[in-house]
Design a protein around this ligand. Structure first.
Ligand code: G
Ligand code: G
Ligand code: NA
Length: 248
């Protein structure tokens, strides 16, 4: 049977894989959190988001995916993090499709999985911004969830929308970091993004940091956190725990 017909089976908990990518505080070098990125196990092969997400959305399985990933990640981390010395609460960033950023359904899913040593960080993309989103985000924040705006700089958000969302973090899209060396225009936008973030009391997470020069430059520009291959690729829990032990 084709992939489209097997998708629902692939969203069963045994088939859903959660990878963890470290998020590092640049000033201290400490891993203060992670982003959860999903893969699906399909027999002997591993399916990546770019391949399965379009099919998942076509079949309206977006909630089935997001809830399976969140549940699995938070359960795995609950037992794993007890074994390592990390800054607490450890910030766990979860991706959700825009339609799933509804306060009530997210609370229903996440409330039973919350723990004192974890802070759940909900990643919102600029593409998902609409009037309802502001209400839902405000409710989630008042319930103690952290909010990040993902892929910042690539979509439609501006100072006004970001101010209304009042996120805890803005994530600078990796295209800005990548072009920092040889694209003067995009490089010049990083200080502007930093200024926007600080104007609304958000911290910045730079994505796609692949070398020390980028990390140093971003830190000098006032960027507080970074994520990227330089610090660690998305990895299975066991590898992530090993990395946390070394970082501690
Ligand atoms: O890990 P990778 O770079 O292939 O992920 C690509 C994109 O897939 C991520 O940027 C993220 O937006 C999306 N993605 C990964 N995991 C999830 C998930 O659990 N839920 C949703 N909605 N999107 C995800
Ligand atoms: O924002 P989003 O959730 O789309 O970002 C996560 C994606 O970015 C994942 O698919 C991950 O594999 C990818 N990624 C993470 N770090 C790096 C990096 O340093 N360089 C590149 N090119 N991709 C990265
Ligand atoms: Na993301």
């Amino acid at each position: 049977r084709g992939l489209a017909y097997r998708l629902e089976d692939l969203l069963q908990p045994e088939q859903v894989l959660c990878l963890y990518q470290p998020i590092v505080e640049l000033a201290s070098g400490r891993i203060t959190g992670c982003e959860v990125l999903m893969r699906l196990r399909d027999g002997d092969s591993i399916l990546f988001p770019d391949k399965v997400i379009p099919l998942i959305l076509e079949q309206q399985l977006g909630w089935a995916l997001d809830s399976a990933v969140s549940r699995k990640a938070l359960q795995e981390l609950a037992s794993g993090l007890a074994l390592v010395d990390v800054p607490r609460p450890f910030k766990v960033a979860l991706n959700f499709f825009p339609d799933n950023i509804r306060a009530e359904r997210l609370q229903g899913l996440l409330q039973p999985l919350r723990r004192d040593d974890l802070a759940i960080n909900v990643e919102v993309t600029e593409y998902g911004m609409n009037a309802d989103l502001f209400t839902d985000v405000a409710r989630l924040r008042s319930e103690g969830y952290l909010i990040s705006v993902d892929d910042f700089g690539t979509g439609y958000s501006n100072l006004g929308t970001v101010k209304r969302l009042a996120p805890d973090f803005l994530k600078i899209d990796r295209s800005f970091v990548h072009d920092m060396e040889d694209d003067a225009l995009r490089a010049s936008l990083i200080p502007e993004i930093v200024a926007i973030a600080h104007a609304v009391d958000a911290a910045i997470i730079a994505e796609g940091v692949e070398n020390r020069q980028q990390a140093d430059k971003l830190a000098a520009l006032g960027v507080e956190y970074a994520q990227g291959y330089w610090f660690g690729k998305p990895m299975p829990l066991a590898d992530f725990l090993t990395l946390l032990r070394k970082n501690g």
